[in-house]
Design a protein around this ligand. Structure first.
Ligand SMILES: CC(C)(COP(=O)(O)OP(=O)(O)OC[C@H]1O[C@@H](n2cnc3c(N)ncnc32)[C@H](O)[C@@H]1OP(=O)(O)O)[C@@H](O)C(=O)NCCC(=O)NCCS
Length: 338
């Protein structure tokens, strides 16, 4: 099999150009791996390995394999110099209708920054969204990345919502006490429908617009309950859900998942907007009590950074922010069509 390695010079075509999986995949993987070395999680690293692998093959085969590996349509722009990719912006449709598009992997090699490369690649990418008939461009940027945030603000993006991941490395000693003034009881529901309604109501509308919650993560039902029971019996995983009710109204829920055979546990919680500030602390503490057992694993929580009372409750329980992402959006205007 012919193996084609990138690196040939093609200076005539230098500058911004549409991302071509067959020609650019490997170099984009290298650039993104270099620029985001500190940020990539295991999944990101594995995706990059796949990209680099596909990019090592011939343009034709590499293109085919990349399509198979990355089932979503991926496009975008690269900037090359002497045939080498030194800047990249990736683009993917978010929804089937192609109204919203996600921009990612915005990266310029360190020695080429400050020359307007990112700005030019972003402008080309917004132009491509317009050509596809898209209405919105979306992206995420780390809250502690003012350079990139400024780049996007300058291009007309605005903040939509904030999402974070918090981590509690050590078991609090002693565990914070449960608050008897906030009675919680095991969540009893046949389908999870009330929990799903609560989670949707708790999520800020713009956050729900940008990244709708996955209903499947809230659906319960006999099969799921039986599966959880079995996993608990086998000593594999222990799931608990505790709820705060006001009459028939579900006001707050916390779910704890103790991965007895894994390396981290998780908590997630939601509070109805009208109960904000009254339940968060009790839910987080309840979750920690549910996780407490003979062994302790670090606890991860994914939660909206816009829910200030929730963020405060996590901080008070000893959680520290691990990833703090701002979602931004920009409407596509007739001017983007050029
Ligand atoms: C963010 C990044 C892509 C910018 O690339 P770049 O080619 O240097 O950016 P540009 O030269 O096109 O500058 C565009 C805008 O970014 C901002 N910017 C760029 N460098 C900056 C700096 N050192 N300080 C403050 N703002 C800066 C400015 O708003 C600038 O607009 P201006 O020139 O009108 O002031 C690049 O720094 C990078 O790869 N960083 C690491 C990866 C990263 O953080 N990616 C974003 C992930 S969301």
């Amino acid at each position: 099999m012919a193996v084609y390695v990138f690196g040939r010079t093609d200076a005539a075509r230098d500058g911004p150009q549409p991302f071509d999986p067959g020609r650019h995949m490997r170099q984009v993987a290298d650039l993104v791996g270099q620029v985001f070395a500190d940020e990539l999680d295991a999944r990101g690293r594995s995706a990059l390995r796949d990209m680099a692998f596909a990019g090592r093959l011939s343009p034709y085969l590499g293109g085919l394999i990349s399509q198979a590996l990355f089932s979503d349509y991926v496009s975008g722009y690269v900037w090359t110099e002497n045939g080498h990719v030194i800047g990249n912006v990736s683009l993917q449709p978010v929804d089937q209708g192609g109204l919203r598009w996600r921009i990612s992997n915005v990266a310029v090699a360190p020695e080429h920054r400050g020359r307007g490369i990112a700005k030019a690649l972003m402008a080309e990418t917004l132009h491509e969204v317009a050509r596809h008939g898209g209405s919105w461009a979306l992206l995420q940027v780390r809250a502690d990345n003012p350079v990139a945030h400024q780049l996007y603000l300058g291009l007309g993006f605005t903040d939509v919502c904030r999402e974070g991941v918090w981590r509690l490395p050590m078991r609090p000693n002693p565990l914070p006490p449960l608050n008897p003034a906030v009675p919680l009881e095991p969540l009893r529901t046949l389908t999870g429908a009330e929990w799903w309604e609560l989670a949707r109501a708790a999520r800020p509308p713009l956050a729900q617009w940008a990244e709708p919650l996955d209903a499947g993560r809230y659906r319960l039902g006999p099969a799921k309950v039986a599966g959880e029971w079995l996993a608990r019996w086998a000593g594999f995983c222990r799931v608990e859900r505790w709820a705060a009710w006001q009459g028939q109204q579900l006001m707050g829920v916390v779910e704890s998942v103790a991965n007895l055979a894994g390396s981290t546990d998780t908590l997630r919680f939601a509070v109805l907007p009208q109960a904000r500030g009254t339940l968060e602390h009790s839910l987080v503490v309840r979750g920690l009590h549910s996780l407490a057992g003979p062994s302790w694993r670090p606890v991860l929580v994914e939660h909206s950074g816009d829910h200030s009372e929730g963020v405060a409750a996590l901080g008070a329980a000893g959680f520290r922010i691990q990833r703090d992402l701002v979602t931004m959006r920009r409407a596509i205007t007739p001017a983007d069509k050029r």
